[in-house]
Design a protein around this ligand. Structure first.
Ligand SMILES: Nc1ncnc2c1ncn2[C@@H]1O[C@H](COP(=O)(O)OP(=O)(O)O)[C@@H](O)[C@H]1O
Ligand SMILES: [Mg+2]
Length: 251
């Protein structure tokens, strides 16, 4: 295995210490430690069933861990539900994107979300904010008043991420965003993630592909059967090292 990367000395925006979560007999996460910093993209890579979605579930407040601590800016927090996580600046985009196909872009962005500031935003202000968020992602949509069903899958993903950006979260969690993408779409997605990093977000993104995220990740953390099984500098790790860590088969 290659040498583990040196960690930045700064306090992580988000850290997990000894986090475990089981579903009956299935030990989905076992004693997991993980840090994510501002301006950093951490890729969590692992086979199907490795615990990636459970990890995102715990960090987004959707699942309660049995043990371990989660810290935000070095302070222990209890992420009792997604609203609490969002309030602490943690936003998630799940694989199914959770968009309403019959509603337009603006409606999807603001559905069920508290206004960013002040009293209820009016339609014009919401449209302006929608364009601003999509612009941050360099996302191209024909109009913010078309139903989401009329958009391409890449555009839909941008809308889901733009919605996560409402309220300026510090941490963005993306669960398997590249799973159903073609090569061109993966490249577009990586550019979008670079944008998030440039803007100072801490990004945690999962994949079951060994190579999809390598170009954009700063660090790659491997999950295997719920445990961290290696942490690598994305610039230097080889495919063989990642494969060995993901499968547990020694080289
Ligand atoms: N809601 C659930 N009920 C029962 N078992 C679950 C549930 N969610 C996940 N698991 C189990 O936990 C393990 C990790 O699953 P998951 O986090 O979905 O992995 P991944 O996202 O890496 O494919 C698997 O063994 C899976 O079967
Ligand atoms: Mg999953």
């Amino acid at each position: 295995m290659s040498t583990p990367p040196s960690r930045p000395a700064r306090t992580p925006v988000l850290s997990l210490r000894g986090v475990s979560k089981s579903f009956g007999a299935a030990r989905a996460l076992v004693d997991v430690d993980l840090d994510v910093h501002r301006h950093e993209v951490v890729a969590v890579v692992g086979d199907t069933g490795a615990g990636k979605s459970t990890l995102v579930g715990v960090l987004s407040g959707a699942l309660a861990p049995e043990s371990g601590t989660v810290e935000v800016d070095g302070r222990p927090v209890t992420l009792s539900d997604p609203a609490t996580a969002r309030g602490l600046g943690i936003a998630a985009v799940f694989q199914d994107l959770a968009l309403c196909a019959n509603l337009d872009v603006v409606e999807n962005l603001f559905l069920g979300q508290e206004p960013v500031r002040g009293p209820l935003l009016d339609e014009v202000a919401m449209e302006r904010e929608s364009w601003r968020l999509l612009g941050q992602l360099a996302a191209r949509v024909p109009s913010v008043r078309v139903p989401v069903s009329a958009l391409s899958s890449g555009q839909r993903r941008s809308v889901a991420i733009a919605r996560a950006l409402l309220g300026e979260p510090r941490v963005i969690l993306l669960d398997e965003p590249t799973a159903s993408l073609g090569l061109t779409q993966v490249a577009e997605f990586l550019t979008l993630v670079e944008r998030l990093r440039e803007r100072g977000h801490a990004v945690l993104v999962t994949s079951h592909s060994l190579s999809d995220l390598q170009a954009v990740a700063d660090r790659i953390v491997v999950l295997r059967l719920g445990r961290t099984n290696g942490e690598f500098d994305a610039d230097r790790v080889t495919y063989e090292d990642l494969l060995a860590a993901v499968t547990g088969v020694a080289r």
